[in-house]
Ligand binder design. Structure first.
Ligand SMILES: [Zn+2]
Length: 262
């Protein structure tokens, strides 16, 4: 039972009771928490400015309830550019949903916060949506402990240099073009992707947060990496958030089911 202050991302909000707002927050110190902003839907409330997809400093009371109480909030960055078009908004919402799905309550993971701030900032400022969101998404997976071994072929141990490769998201391994046909007869879950997609993914995995949005995935590479990411999330995290479908509709991304070989 204590009052505390934390730098937090507002991931989600929804109306609660008569005039309150229920927030899903992700703080540097506290990790993911649920908090009630009492009276925040009243026009003159000092909490009236709380809205999702923003970075804030919160004054919070943690009592006996599983929900904390938000007592004060100062906006650090509201990323106004995200509201300018549906594409940017959809990528930002997807990242908020991914953080919500991937991390448990009150289990701090402070490294998540700079990646999301950088991603929202890049997308708000006309950075490449798909590249920024997916490469940040892979960094979140890495922080959550998922690190696929997609560097060398699982059978021959060689770095693939030509044709397509097979990425297996069930066992987190990869196959070169020579060993892909062997694998595709098995029961693993995976997909054949171009070498270009693999190289782009590998660069994303070693990115520094200041370089988020680099190594842009365009055209077929973007679609392949979008599909691989979606399948990976579904396999390891569970149900895809609704924002995934929203992104797909906004960006008009067709499923690459035809590339599924495993
Ligand atoms: Zn091989």
């Amino acid at each position: 039972m204590a009052q505390y202050q934390d730098h937090m991302l507002i991931l989600k909000s929804r109306p609660y009771r008569e005039a309150d707002i229920l927030l899903t927050l992700f703080g540097i110190k506290s990790g993911k928490i649920g908090a009630v902003a009492k009276g925040a839907r009243r026009p003159k409330s000092r909490l009236a400015g709380v809205y999702p997809l923003s970075y804030v400093i919160c004054q919070i009371y943690h009592g006996r309830s599983s929900l904390d109480t938000l007592n004060g909030v100062d906006l650090v960055d509201g990323f106004p550019g995200l509201q300018k078009d549906l594409s940017r908004l959809s990528w930002a919402l997807l990242l908020a949903d991914l953080v919500d799905e991937m991390f448990s309550e009150r289990d701090p993971a402070p490294e998540v916060v700079p990646w999301i701030i950088a991603a929202w900032d890049r997308v708000a400022g006309e950075g490449p949506g798909l590249t920024t969101a997916l490469s940040a998404g892979w960094q979140l997976l890495k922080l959550a402990g998922y690190i696929p071994q997609w560097e060398t072929c699982h059978i021959c141990g060689e770095i693939p240099v030509q044709n397509s490769v097979g990425v297996d998201w069930e066992h987190d391994v990869m196959y070169c073009s020579r060993h892909l046909p062997v694998r595709s007869q098995g029961a693993s879950e995976g997909m054949a992707v171009s070498l270009g997609s693999l190289r782009t993914w590998q660069r994303w995995m070693t990115l520094d947060v200041t370089k988020l949005g680099n190594y842009e995935a365009k055209g077929i590479i973007g679609e392949e990496l979008f599909f691989v990411f979606g399948q990976y999330i579904e396999r390891h995290i569970g149900r895809m958030p609704r924002s995934w479908q929203f992104v797909r509709e906004v960006e008009n991304i067709a499923g690459k089911e035809r590339n599924r070989l495993f």
